[in-house]
Design a protein around this ligand. Sequence first.
Ligand code: AQP
Length: 327
Amino acid sequence: MTVVLSGIQSSGRLHLGNYFGAIRQHVALQQEPGEHLYFIADYHALTSSRDPAELRDNAREVALTYLALGLDPARATLFRQSDVPEVCELAWLLACVTSMGLLERAHSYKDKVAKGLKPNVGLFTYPVLMAADILAYGSTVVPVGKDQQQHVEMTQDIAQSFNHLYGPCLTVPQPRIPSEEHLAKVPGVDGEKMSKSYGNSIWIFEEGKLLKNAVNRITTDSRPPEEPKDPSSVLLLRFLELFLPADEFAQWCERVRAGGAGAPGYGHLKLRLIEAIEATFGPARARRKHLLENPAEVERVLAEGGTHARAQARATVDRCYRACGLR
Ligand code: AQP
């Protein structure tokens, strides 16, 4: 059976990269046959969060975001990672078959350290906990953005090591990355990968003046509108590509490339982008507001999801315990 699973860290408000790289696929995939599980990675968020109230609020925000954007609890299980403590048990079993060298090669860890972050052990072993999350439910498909591809490949390695030592206990999953580059790695307002921790993101539900301010932060340059430009050198176009139908996007690119009197200035591109963001997320924004006023409804979804997920994880952990000699 197909088991689709993915998770999102509750380390801040979710951004356009999380939407186009991950959540949009998750919502679309729930229509396909099989089991669908999505979790709020609050254990993972603890690698960077130090404020208990903020951690709780961020977890609730991930739930609100998924539900507002169309995740249907009747089709997909939504749950908090920490409601399934079995993943920590499994993570230990997996850590004992994982080489230091594998973790030392993680791009995401190396990037964060290179950006000056002081790493803790939790951040270093993040891929092992992620492997436990994936393997606990027998996941076959893991839809993620490009930045998480390596972590899913590490999960494959870790599952294979465990199975090699103890027999076929764990299902080896496959990553599913959006095939188009502009969706797989959405840029931030500075042109680097959009990331909660890099201060370069645009919140999915931003509106009004705050949305205008966010779009104004997208890097531009001093070239005048009439100067012909390579569209790939205009960051605003990379944002517009996410939202506009292909034919309209091609027309904007053509006008930028041609330059001259009819060419749009950066201000025009920004206005069109704000309009497109408002139109894309307006209905979901209204659903989020409704859910905000009904916290019991959100809590009920998470509690039911947690109970369902936990039973599956328990069965996997018990199987692995027996295989490696702990029972
Ligand atoms: N810029 C992005 N483009 C495409 N996909 C992205 N994703 C994240 N950023 C982009 C995808 O969103 C899912 C959830 O990611 P996450 O929040 O759990 O962790 P992350 O990948 O580390 O995202 P951030 O924003 O960079 O978080 P922080 O800064 O807290 O580490 C994943 O499927 C991811 O690929």
